[in-house]
Design a protein around this ligand. Structure first.
Ligand SMILES: N[C@@H](CCC(=O)N[C@@H](CS)C(=O)NCC(=O)O)C(=O)O
Length: 303
């Protein structure tokens, strides 16, 4: 029988061969291959202890949680591992707003969350006695408060352009991230990786040619929409799927580098282990992982 280690090599090679047309990816892909092999080896050695999602932030994100633990009129109900939450969290940090961060387990559906979001998903936002949910809607709400640094440009056409590409991220790129991560058939993972990269390339073609961010030298709405998954490419797709890390030189590489090093992104990001553990469920496509994983398995749009 094929060992876990050689399966890991095969998976990574699949992804590499489809991505080889990107010259910047090859060396990094080899590094990923080694990393993946290392992870698979240690997995073999420690046998089958299943990891689950974390319920407490770590690293820089924990410091931010602690800074925002006192009661406030503006409350973000979030979960430390959740990329949809991180969008709203980065926006709050970027704007420098005062707020309270409340960690909730969205799979346990506590009443405090259901009171704000009857769908029981994070993020949810409470502002006084009003509440709302859906990460993109919440980012727009924070923009509409007109407080702190805006993420959308002021020109209506540039705003529409940002919203158009945010929509591309939501409808084309994000579902493919999960489809690729949840794909258990090794022979299909290369195809999924290539499709995912293709949709990223479409977005990169629409970006400002110099960058490093989508509209130029400042972090904006489109960057924040995508940032949590950019972070999870290195922390989740590299170790679980051998996704080739970029060398930071091409337009896409420059963007990844700028996003990963943005201080607001970093302040809302936990240590690597949190993501490795929290996404094992997706990487193994365990039944009942989440609404997102169910939607992907059933070929529906994201919840
Ligand atoms: N479309 C929603 C998606 C939010 C979402 O799926 N959040 C996940 C956590 S990352 C959740 O709350 N899952 C709970 C569940 O699957 O029951 C948004 O953009 O806010």
């Amino acid at each position: 029988m094929e060992s876990a280690l050689s399966k890991a090599h095969t998976k990574a090679r699949e992804a590499m061969s489809t991505l080889d047309n990107d010259p910047t990816s090859t060396t990094q892909a080899k590094t990923s291959l080694n990393q993946l092999a290392k992870n698979e080896t240690s997995k073999d050695q420690t046998s089958k202890e299943q990891k689950s999602y974390h319920t407490k932030a770590t690293g820089q994100a924990l410091q931010t949680v602690e800074k925002h633990s006192t009661d406030h009129d503006l409350k973000l109900y979030g979960s430390c591992f959740c990329p949809f939450v991180q969008r709203v969290w980065i926006s709050l940090e970027h704007k420098g707003l005062d707020y309270q961060y409340i960690e909730v387990d969205p799979y346990a559906k506590p009443k405090s969350l259901l009171d704000v979001n009857p769908r029981g998903l994070v993020p949810a936002l409470r502002h006084g006695d009003w509440g709302c949910y859906e990460s993109t809607v919440l980012m727009e709400y924070l923009e509409d408060l007109n407080q702190g640094e805006p993420l959308l440009p002021s020109d209506p056409k540039a705003r529409a352009h940002s919203r158009l590409w945010a929509d591309h991220i939501n409808r084309k790129i994000i579902p493919l991230f999960y489809r690729y991560l949840q794909e258990q058939d090794i022979s299909k993972q290369g195809e999924q990786a290539a499709e995912f990269k293709k949709q990223i390339d479409v977005l990169v073609d629409a970006a400002d040619p110099e960058g490093p961010f989508f509209l130029g030298n400042k972090l904006g709405f489109v960057d924040v929409q995508f940032a949590p998954w950019i972070v999870r490419m290195k922390k989740v797709l590299v170790p679980y799927r051998g996704w080739p890390e970029d060398d930071g030189k091409g337009r896409w590489g420059k963007w990844v580098h700028a996003v990963e090093n943005d201080e607001h992104v970093k302040r809302t990001t936990s240590d690597d282990q949190l993501y490795l553990d929290s996404y094992e469920r997706y990487a193994e496509n365990r039944p009942n992982t989440s609404e997102v994983s169910k939607a992907i398995n059933e070929g529906r749009g994201l919840p």
